[in-house]
Design a protein around this ligand. Structure first.
Ligand code: FAD
Ligand code: DLZ
Ligand code: SF4
Length: 518
């Protein structure tokens, strides 16, 4: 092969339709895939996340080879591995003497900065292609954001519905409404029996990676086994089939429900496959729409699922690129408390938090409302430092990449971005968790007790949060009215809340160094 085109493919770019591969002739293309130390440790990812990415990369490399591509695959243990994308692309450029390097833009700011320097460092032209797996372009998001202080997701979502034609009748939304969220807030029902998402038995490739991760990343958070995430497109399609056959019908109504020990409920469990490229967001939305048209899933479930993907997922990606690099530093509420140690050990008597951390540790996954209203709500009302919270979320979830994790953490849960993403902080007392879950009944704390020994800590923390952020939040039309309730309580009652909260906060043990970063 004379002077081929070199196509580096990153661990979250495992799609055959990737823009850098589009139309490439296997005969004059060398694909480069790199397992590198920097990526595996820039935060100390959950062990299963590393297994997922390395195993999926190795399987994808084999699929490309079967198509006739030459694949340069650098394994983590290769003796000359430099440990970085830039180092490995430079080495490959020396080996292969390419006429061009063609790469798809990175999902993360950090990597994109490095990529943009390749052209100056490498001996051939570098083309960075847009990531066409996303539905909205960066320019479309910029146009949407221009001149708005609050970047309300709903308006962006409607533009995406119009762009894709999903659930549209001409220019009107199917059913007459754009959003059926009001029908999607059912608490869990006694005897609910959701069929679990399929788990996939590790094959020889995955087992080899499991052994590698067990040896090289033993001090990273999380259980290594059992490992059951889809690592090929074929497996991911099987997981999608199971969702569309058995769970989408009730996805909508029970989207916000939480049940102790039930990790999947009616959620799709497809985020890892979408984020690393095994499934495409649009193909899943089209399948959801088809289920509605066939009558196998109701509109509220289908619209809810499509909104999560072409609404929230696309929106947070646009928001990330629009707000970076400042978003990583944002801390509008001035929160400085260290993340508690129990986020890493799960050792807390708060039953809701303990269960969400358990599933995080066992599966590298927790569903949305656990991430938002239990873990996130706690970090918000306890005033935990946004950087420590972001490191935790980025490290512990198998689907976590900064472009999707950071807007959810800084914007959605912590209000650290001054309300650009969320119109109000999602702060809640124990009452909300009790309504939407079965956690409280067997908890050591009493959810109905507001202050003092044995009171649910979410109750005083909620008022402590509201009180200490009064200057910022009182003028917010969605939350400001709550201060009338606070004022009516009178000083003695307020004092009890504040004292209980402070006593609890003082009892929190800060996380030891070394959990999230080396
Ligand atoms: P489902 O409930 O079945 O939803 C379907 C799909 O919609 C998901 O697979 C996902 O692709 C998309 N989606 C839903 N909500 C969101 C959202 N808020 N932002 C972006 N996409 C969304 N999702 C990630 O993919 N990676 C993350 O790192 C991540 N971090 C999060 C951090 C916090 C603090 C919060 C509140 C949410 C975060 N989410 C993240 C969003 C959401 O929790 C997960 O996408 C979801 O739990 C994945 O499980 P699922 O595939 O079963 O999702
Ligand atoms: C998350 C991750 C990990 C753990 N390891 C690798 C790796 O060794 N090689 C690779 O190509 N990608 C890895 N990834 C995913 C990258 O971090 C991700 O592709 C970039 O951050 C861009 O989003
Ligand atoms: Fe969580 Fe409070 Fe309920 Fe316990 S009582 S499970 S701490 S909300």
């Amino acid at each position: 092969m004379t002077s081929p085109v070199l196509v580096p493919i990153l661990g979250d770019q495992l799609s055959r339709s990737l823009s850098s591969l589009e139309g490439r002739d296997p005969g004059n293309t060398v694909v480069l895939m790199m397992e590198v130390w920097d990526e595996a440790t820039y935060v100390k990812h959950h062990k299963q996340k590393i297994v997922l990415i390395f195993s999926a990369m190795r399987h994808f490399a084999d699929e490309l080879r079967a198509e006739g591509f030459t694949v340069d695959y650098v394994k983590l243990g290769d003796p000359d591995n430099t440990g970085s994308f830039t180092g490995e692309v430079a080495r490959a450029a020396e080996r292969r003497d390419p006429c061009e390097i063609r790469v798809t833009e990175s999902g993360e700011w950090r990597v994109q900065q490095a990529m943009e320097e390749w052209a100056d460092r490498l001996p051939c032209p570098v083309t960075i292609c847009p990531d066409t797996r996303f539905i909205a372009t960066h320019a479309e998001f910029r146009d949407f954001a221009e001149g708005r202080k609050h970047l309300t997701m709903e308006y962006f979502y409607r533009a995406m519905r119009r762009k894709t034609g999903l659930l549209m009748e001409g220019d009107k939304p199917v059913g007459g409404d754009w959003n059926y969220d009001a029908e999607n807030r059912e608490p869990p029902k006694e005897g609910m029996n959701p069929p679990p998402a399929p788990k996939f038995e590790p094959d020889a490739i995955t087992q080899e990676v499991i052994d590698l991760v067990g040896k090289r990343f033993a001090d990273h958070f999380g259980d290594l086994e059992p490992f059951g995430w889809p690592v090929t497109r074929e497996q991911a399609l099987e997981a999608a089939d199971a969702f569309f056959a058995k769970r989408i019908e009730k996805f909508g109504p029970y989207q916000d429900a939480m049940v102790h020990g039930e990790d999947d409920l009616y959620h799709s469990m497809l985020s890892t496959s979408i984020n690393i490229g095994l499934l495409l967001p649009l193909e899943l939305c089209e399948r959801a729409e088809a289920a509605y048209k066939k009558g196998t899933a109701p509109l509220n479930s289908v619209e809810g699922f499509i909104r999560q993907i072409i609404g929230w997922r696309e929106y947070v990606r646009g928001f990330y690129w629009h707000q970076m690099p400042g978003l990583a530093e944002a801390n509008e509420l001035g929160a400085t408390r260290p993340l508690p140690e129990f986020f890493w050990t799960g050792e807390t008597d708060m039953r809701c938090l303990a269960d969400c951390i358990r599933t995080t540790c066992e599966d590298a996954h927790a569903h949305h409302i656990q991430r938002l209203m239990v873990l996130g709500n706690f970090c918000l009302i306890a005033g935990v430092d946004p950087k420590q919270v972001a490191d935790w979320y980025l490290a512990v979830y198998a689907d976590a990449f900064e472009w999707v994790e950071l807007p959810n953490v800084a914007g959605m849960i912590l209000y650290a971005d001054d309300g650009r993403l969320a119109t109000k902080p999602y702060a809640a007392s124990g009452n909300y968790i009790n309504k939407m879950s079965d956690y409280c009944g067997k908890c050591r704390y009493k959810v109905s007790k507001k202050t003092g020994d044995g009171a649910c800590p979410f109750n005083p923390l909620y008022w402590h949060f509201m009180d200490r952020n009064r200057n910022r939040l009182e003028s917010n039309h969605r939350i400001g009215r709550i201060y009338a309730t606070w004022d009516r309580m009178g000083e003695a009652k307020q004092g009890e809340y504040l004292e209980s909260a402070e006593k609890f906060l003082d009892s929190l043990e800060p996380a030891r160094e070394g959990w999230a970063r080396n």
